[in-house]
Design a binder for this molecule. Sequence first.
Ligand SMILES: [Cu+2]
Length: 154
Amino acid sequence: MTTTESDREGQLAAAGLDGQNRTALGRLLNTGSIGHAEEDADGTMRATIRIPEDELRYDPSILILPHGGDLVLTLINDDKNTHCAVLPCNGDPKFIWLVNHAKGTASINLDGPGTYYYSSTSGNDEGRGLVGAIVITGEVPDHAKLDRPPQPRP
Ligand SMILES: [Cu+2]
């Protein structure tokens, strides 16, 4: 599911910050849409991220996960240029190369809540805004909690 916030999009468009070579070289980071991963019965999460033609953004640009774990990402490059994604993953990052009109799948594991950024590191994609975020909600898994008394929280 993808949602948009029309007021913000209108303001970004009016300011010339929603595309390439207007007010700035590229769009601002994470000004695109928001999406939610779907979850299989076994807890594996799935989502599809596209790179629309001539927009230099991931869509959704912010992907929200209900909790940490395994994520199967389908990436589709609808653009007329080659892009990629260097994705966060426990251990080493994962790299997926996406030539024009390519579709690929990346399996990653992120077991802690938090905000993870990824981008296309080819050409000047990052500088032009081809940066996405994966936001994991939920609690830290028990195995990652420190053995200490409850801490005050804001
Ligand atoms: Cu779940």
